[in-house]
Design a protein around this ligand. Structure first.
Ligand code: TNX
Length: 532
């Protein structure tokens, strides 16, 4: 009897060992130098024998005829490779594949979800198959991370000591969560269209798929509203510290939205209300209960401003704003803020949120709000963004609400790493790189199970963040940790592996000119070149 059990256990072990011998664990991905650059960690990585694929002057990129989305992804990859391998970037050709090509296609993938993809690299062919174009884009980002980091430099050239080679492998991958976001506060300090596009480029590398833009706050209104022009003319004219401010015209905003969409990123516009509205109140006296416009505000205190919730004109104003922004936002979401209102009674506040929810719905969008909105009667499509430490939206979840996880003490990129960080705040916590990685969204909140979670988002508030160099210092490397939490299975993630893979980003991030925080706890290293 015992022998039989022992034999069965042995057999079971063998089966498990065989199942795992053809794909590797997080630890082994990390231990193989050729795969150490992968962040987020893919679900399945099966290294294969052979020299891998070399990009040469003859390499072409193949996409199916008539598929514009794949054509654009093909051009993205061609632009990325640039003139490194030959006198021209690789040609993007429509039609059947042949040897020596990088083939992008939509088709069957053995993992579930629209964003799933399979990437195979052999010495003859690279194939990226996505369930949808989004999956193909994700697969292209993985392929990019298998290529040498020097390619991230513009105009760089390969040579025989420095070939452009990706290791032979089969990767099958899909994200854990559909919502993998970054938020940029362009209200406290303004960020130009070029800055925002750069942020989009940097988060796309990590397979983030939402860019939440915090477009209005006490210190600035940053999006043109044609029916209320003074919002930007006056309300957009300054910033924290009294700087110059700025705003996006609707055309510029649409340009950002399209740029992001080409990188599988949905823009989520936020107009914070009823609080955080001094810029609007300063621009239109009729939005104030006393009919008097306050002066513009350039400090960093919060909680003092609110729209006059008892005046009808306030709701006409909100209707105009939501209508104009909804019309230039193809994504399904509209974020109404709703945080830190200190001048209304709880019932006034809830009534306001419910009325605004109806307005947002009438313009065809799903409402998102910071977690203060949880007590309101929310529609099944409305979404709560959790942020406040020591609170849980469990009651709203019990009533069916879905949650985006942005716990301040883990995900807030404006928090200092440690007391020596030159910029940033510390009200929620000092957030070391490990703190940002070593948690699981499904375990973080009592009464909020994984099934209620849409995913994770990392906000970058900019009271102390004045430009892109500051933004990058606060975002990198912590945003890579949040990206991996959003993408990779919890049981595959290990801090000891992640920190090694983080260290392996040094070359790529330097080539991209990212001003990342060189945390002394990360073994930053130049990744080895792929051997022949
Ligand atoms: C809280 S998070 C805020 C923001 C501040 C941030 C600074 C949230 C919904 N409200 O207005 O910028 O703290 O860390």
């Amino acid at each position: 009897m015992f022998e039989r059990i022992a034999a069965l256990v042995l057999l079971a072990n063998l089966v498990v060992t065989c199942a795992w011998s053809d794909h590797v664990t997080a630890q082994s991905v990390t231990s193989l130098p050729a795969f150490r650059q992968l962040i987020p960690l893919p679900a399945v990585v099966e290294p294969a024998a052979g020299a891998g694929f070399e990009i040469t002057p003859a390499t072409t990129i193949r996409v199916p005829g008539g598929d514009d989305q794949l054509l654009r992804i093909g051009r993205f990859l061609s632009d990325f490779i640039g003139i490194a391998a030959g006198p021209e970037p690789p040609r993007v050709e429509q039609g059947r594949s042949n040897t020596g090509a990088i083939v992008l296609q939509v088709g069957e993938v053995s993992q579930a979800g629209a964003e799933a993809y399979e990437l195979t690299v052999t010495s003859e062919l690279v194939t990226v198959t996505g369930r949808t174009a989004a999956g193909v884009f994700n697969g292209v980002q993985t392929f990019r991370q298998l290529l040498p980091p020097f390619l991230e430099h513009d105009g760089v050239r390969a040579d025989k000591n420095r070939p452009i080679r990706a290791p032979a492998v089969r990767i099958v991958d899909s994200p854990r969560f559909g919502w993998r976001g970054a938020m940029l506060d362009v209200a406290r300090h303004f960020f130009s269209v070029e800055d925002v596009k750069r942020y989009v480029d940097l988060i796309a590398l990590l397979k983030l798929n939402r860019l939440h833009l915090h477009l209005a706050d006490d210190q600035g209104w940053r999006i043109e509203i044609k029916s209320w022009p003074n919002l930007t003319v006056h309300g957009g004219s300054t910033a924290v510290g009294g700087g110059r401010g700025g705003y996006y015209s609707q055309r510029q905003y649409a340009d950002i939205v399209a740029y992001a969409a080409d990188r599988n990123i949905t823009v989520v516009p936020e107009i914070d209300m009823p609080g955080h509205t001094n810029a609007a109140l300063a621009s239109y006296p009729e939005l104030n209960c006393d009919g008097k416009a306050p002066p513009l505000f350039t400090g960093i205190e919060v909680g003092f401003s609110a729209l006059c919730v008892t005046r009808d004109i306030t709701y006409n104003f909100i209707d105009d704003v939501v209508r104009e922004i909804a019309a230039i936002t193809p994504g399904p979401y509209f974020h109404i803020g709703g945080d830190e209102v200190k001048t209304l009674t709880p019932s006034q506040y809830v009534e306001f949120i419910e009325r605004v929810q109806t307005i947002v719905q009438s313009h065809g969008k799903q409402m998102i709000g910071w977690d203060e909105i949880a007590p309101a009667r929310l529609l099944p499509t409305s979404i709560v963004q959790h942020w406040r430490p020591k609170t849980t939206p469990a009651e709203a979840v019990a009533r069916g609400a879905k949650v985006i996880m942005s716990p301040a003490e883990r995900t807030y990129l404006d928090m200092k790493y440690d007391p020596a960080t030159p910029i940033g705040l510390s009200w929620a916590a000092f957030i070391d790189v490990r703190d940002s990685y070593d948690w699981d969204p499904a375990d973080a909140l009592a009464g909020v199970a994984e099934s209620a979670l849409l995913g994770v988002e990392s906000p970058l508030w900019t009271e102390t963040v004045a430009n892109m160099r500051d933004a990058e210092l606060m975002a990198f490397p912590r945003i890579a940790a949040i990206a991996e939490i959003g993408w990779s299975r919890g049981d595959q993630r290990k801090w000891d592996d992640f920190r090694i893979r983080l260290g392996a980003q040094a070359d790529r991030w330097s080539a991209l000119g990212i001003n990342y925080f060189r945390s002394p706890k990360i073994p930053w290293q130049a990744p080895p070149t792929v051997e022949k």
